[in-house]
Design a protein around this ligand. Structure first.
Ligand code: GDP
Ligand code: MG
Length: 302
């Protein structure tokens, strides 16, 4: 009897902001690890989700979206995305169910040029298009590039994800189990806390607050149970005028953000959490290289 080969590798999930990368990652791994939000650009750092089965270990890399760079922060994100592209064994490219947009996307072209690993195209959000239009859509994408496979999926409903997983397994190289079975992410819990808080800001603050909110976890103290984990985080905004929006009347908004974040963090950390939130103004943090570094978006070059 031949022993079955164990497979493992890094799988990059690429695509425009809002195309459904985080949703897909969560759907595949089965646990919530990346920030999800109805707004674009909530994923700024690379996040690993890990799925281990009897035959394989799939290590998913969720990356910053590919953007036209405007300013150092955007340039940083593009560089991170392209860097991640070189480190993966397999690439999932996520697109909207619309071949025309794709065709005119110069960044997509750059991505295709730089991609060395096998490329699987996932046409996401097929729950939004009528069934008969799927075949012509697949045909349109087929004519654009030699994809390893083209799979229509819905990250949201889970449609097509089982087939996608089989396709992923087919292309993973033989390799060892890099991470313990129960490990979902290699991120420090501190970062997880920041991600969850940032997600709540996006969800609760509506239109008034721009994407430019950075969350820094200043303190993360695990104390003897049953005492809660103590987390102190600062929400950085760019302008004085944004501060009262984030804090809300009588601190109500900040309270809601804190309580929503705590409720999500407690089951993830499997402990009670005491969360303290502060709001500070750091002028032009998304444009200023020094502030970016301080907030952990490092590696901005000279
Ligand atoms: P990301 O920016 O690429 O990480 O995108 P997200 O995963 O944060 O998703 C952006 C938005 O698209 C969210 O509101 C998701 O609920 C939604 N979304 C993601 N996948 C699907 C899908 O398959 N169908 C539909 N209808 N919506 C989706
Ligand atoms: Mg995302």
């Amino acid at each position: 009897m031949t022993e079955k080969l164990f497979r493992s590798g890094y799988i990059g999930i690429f695509g425009r902001p809002n195309v459904g990368k985080s949703t897909l990652l969560n759907g595949l791994v089965g646990h919530k690890v990346a920030a999800m939000s109805p707004r674009p650009q909530t994923t700024r750092n690379r996040i690993l989700g890990i799925k281990t089965t009897a035959q394989a270990q799939m290590i998913f890399v969720d990356t910053p979206g590919i953007h036209e760079p405007k300013g150092p922060f955007q340039e940083y994100m593009v560089r991170e995305a392209l860097k991640a592209l070189k480190e993966v064994d397999l690439t999932l490219l996520l697109v909207e169910p619309d071949a025309q947009t794709f065709l005119h996307d110069s960044w997509m072209k750059r991505l295709l040029e730089e991609c060395k690993a096998p490329l699987i195209l996932c046409i996401n959000k097929i729950d939004l298009v009528p069934k008969p239009s799927l075949l012509p859509l697949i045909g349109a994408f087929e004519s654009l590039y030699r994809f390893e496979a083209i799979l229509p999926i819905s990250a949201l409903t889970g449609d097509g994800l089982d087939i996608l997983e089989l396709e992923i397994l087919k292309h993973l190289p033989a390799g060892p189990q890099y991470f313990p079975e129960d490990q979902l992410t290699d991120l420090p819990e501190r970062f997880l806390a920041a991600e969850v808080i940032r997600e709540k800001v996006f969800h609760l603050c509506g239109e008034e607050i721009p994407y430019a909110v950075a969350v820094v976890v200043e303190e993360f103290q695990e104390r003897e149970p049953p005492r809660p984990i103590y987390i102190r985080a600062t929400l950085y905004v760019e302008k004085e005028s944004q501060k009262p929006i984030l804090i809300g009347a009588a601190g109500q908004m900040l309270k809601r953000i804190g309580s929503a974040a705590r409720k999500e963090l407690e089951p993830l950390l499997e402990r009670k959490v005491y969360l303290e939130l502060w709001v500070k103004v750091e002028k032009n943090w998304s444009r200023d290289r020094k502030s970016l570094k301080k907030m952990g978006y490092g590696g901005l070059g000279a």
